[in-house]
Design a protein around this ligand. Structure first.
Ligand SMILES: [Zn+2]
Length: 344
């Protein structure tokens, strides 16, 4: 009953409100998954054990905390690149070894040159439109003799990107090539100031104006203090700031598949003092006008500590969150209409 009263008031009260709500309704109606069964088939290839292996590798002590430009970081970049090679997921034509060099002069003074890693699956119908899925590859290195393994930050995001790339590739092999191109981007030098993503967006390999969305992942394997009672959550940041439609697409993706998560918008509040929207690599895409989503689990006691180790990752939850991002990307890549990059 209350609902109807409220609707009637809106009808009488304001025409512009009505027009806006009508626009929203129309927009929501336009977001539908025709091929839920197909998406589910590939969601099922996102596997806890494979995510665990990737996180354990990335956070291994042999990489000494993956500080930008150091040997350990270069080695993990090789691991990521070799994954794409071995799965026959292609490098850009202009960068056949998957690496975009980030020169010393684009980095803080004390760092060696480094590299972003780019692999992609070309779209079948709209190959010149791009969906990015990104995660930073670097971490803090060794501080006061202690290795900072960065299992959550950002072993979890790195593992998620690799596992999604594998799932999209399996779909291609079965005849379900995405309509739009999907770019898997592992940026360097995030921890020292988002330099790898800044360099990339200033020197993009694929045209920024044809970039539909950037889905960025930075820490999705843990649970913060606000959610100890209900672990099935993910913070969604930025989705409605550039494109209203994107905000509803991630919701629809969440509704359509079995492992529903609570989409927590606390840190999307523009007045939130943590300012996470400005603090990971999606922001450099947003600066260029690209609609973005930042997927994040919030901070925890091991954040940027030597105790951010693989045994503390919740791999079941990491898999659920990876699936949400995969289904969001699937929709963006396969919808008949290009994402509307506007606020309505
Ligand atoms: Zn991070």
């Amino acid at each position: 009953m209350k609902f109807f009263v409220a609707s009637a008031l809106i009808l009488v009260g304001s025409c512009s409100t009505l027009r806006h709500s009508e626009k929203i309704d129309n927009l929501k109606e336009g977001i539908s998954y025709d091929d839920t069964k197909i998406v589910e088939q590939y969601l099922n290839t996102i596997i806890v054990d494979e995510l665990r292996l990737h996180v354990e590798e990335v956070a291994s002590e042999k990489y000494f905390g993956r500080k930008t430009g150091e040997e350990g970081h270069n080695q993990i970049c090789n691991y990521i690149r070799d994954f794409y090679k071995s799965h026959d997921i292609k490098a850009p034509l202009t960068h056949p070894n998957y690496y975009q060099k980030v020169p010393k002069n684009a980095l803080p003074n004390d760092l060696n040159e480094s590299q972003n890693i780019i692999a992609y699956i070309e779209g079948s119908e709209f190959p010149d439109e791009y969906i990015y899925i990104s995660a930073h590859s670097d971490h803090e290195g060794v501080i006061n003799g202690q290795i900072y393994p960065g299992a959550d930050d950002n072993g979890s995001g790195t593992a998620a990107v690799l596992e999604m790339a594998e799932a999209f590739k399996k779909a291609v092999l079965d005849g379900y090539r995405p309509k739009r191109s999907i770019v898997f981007l592992h940026v360097t030098a995030e921890e020292v100031g988002l330099h790898g993503s800044r360099y990339y967006t200033e020197n993009p390999i694929f045209p920024i104006e044809n970039t539909i969305t950037a889905l960025n992942i930075d820490m999705i394997g843990r649970v913060d203090d606000r959610h100890v009672e209900n672990e099935n959550y993910i913070y969604v940041i930025g989705a409605d700031r550039i494109s209203t439609e994107l905000h509803f697409i991630v919701q629809e993706a969440n509704e359509n598949f079995n492992d529903k998560l609570q989409l927590d918008y606390k840190y999307n509040d523009i007045s939130d003092h943590n300012r996470y929207y400005y603090r990971s690599d999606h922001y450099n895409f947003a600066v260029k006008g690209v609609p973005v989503i930042f997927f994040f689990n919030g901070e925890h006691a091991d954040y940027t500590q030597p105790t951010d180790t693989p045994d503390k990752i919740n791999y079941e939850l990491l898999a659920k969150r990876t699936k949400l991002i995969f289904s969001t990307a699937w929709y963006l890549a396969n919808s008949n209409k290009r994402l509307n990059p506007e606020i309505i």
